[in-house]
Design a protein around this ligand. Sequence first.
Ligand SMILES: [Cu+2]
Length: 369
Amino acid sequence: MHVRRWLQRGLAIAASVPLIAACEFSGPQSALDPAGPVAQAQRDLFVWTLWLSVPVMVGVFGVLLYSVLRFRAKNAEDERAIPHQTHGNFKLEIAWTIIPVILVILVAVPTVRTIFSTEQRVEAGPDDLAVHATGYQWWFKFDYLDHGFTTANELIIPVGTRVVVSLDSADVLHSFWVPNLAGKRDMIPNNDNQVWFVADAPGTYYGQCAELCLGAHAYMRFRVIAMEQPDYDRWIASFQNAAAQPVSADPLVERGRALVAQKGCVACHAIDGYRPGTEVGNPDFPSLTNFGLRTTVGAAIADNTPENLAAWLRDPQAMKPGNYMPTLWRADDPNREDEIEAIVAYLLSLGRDGQASGQLTLGGIHGGQ
Ligand SMILES: [Cu+2]
């Protein structure tokens, strides 16, 4: 063997080391970094299967390497010769039947046990949080079944409580996936799939639609935000009180409120307490109730800052190509920036002018920087 060829191979292997070392096992969307018992059980199963495959790999590659080196053709005569032929080696046949059967059993038993412990259907009891999640192209609707209100794209849950989510879709197939909390589960029209999980610590967990659903699929994200019980209770109360939204002392906010009707936003978006006694919105569009408490805009594709919210309203398609929100201002409309400024002030005031709801403490992003 030429020295140069060995050198080349050595270099190729050395070059791949930094690539392998760059693999991150933690991170905001890593199934290897569980934050609750369901994700933990799923990770444990994966790690067990991985370790089980190590002796198989070592054995197979060992035999391969041994054969390649031991039975190498050493001269021209070797190359022409036909190797010794064997057929029907009883011991070998038994060995390579039994070993895979044992391996399959070692994988199958824990797999079936994990499936039954993490995926069996449960009835949401009084101690659980029951939520109905509906996938839309390209956002998520969350109905809080026990509390009778609806929100979008951010699922707020109490730490340590089992969250039982019934899954549905309004159009095509979607998939509900929060890698740190539980495995993927399909959202299928007219099929009552279910997923349940528990978050062990307060924090923000990234979710993502995991079923290619056309158009803006890659931008169909959401967040699960786990709060300590007192914060969660305040959040719930602020939604229950949203219908009694006070008139703001800030004229900019009140101008925004008027514009939301004039520009036709309320034809699509529900806003609880928009005007006492007025029914607004359509359940098939994201609810903007208490939008000031949201951390994101556009199905979790951007932080909910005044700049991002204004950019969204100015040109939703620039921020999230293909989504179904129309552009409501012509680029040469002289009132565009003024009106957007007022609407942003109004939307960000929602939920914040209520009593305690201004000071919710959010945990950091799980696995984040
Ligand atoms: Cu989707």
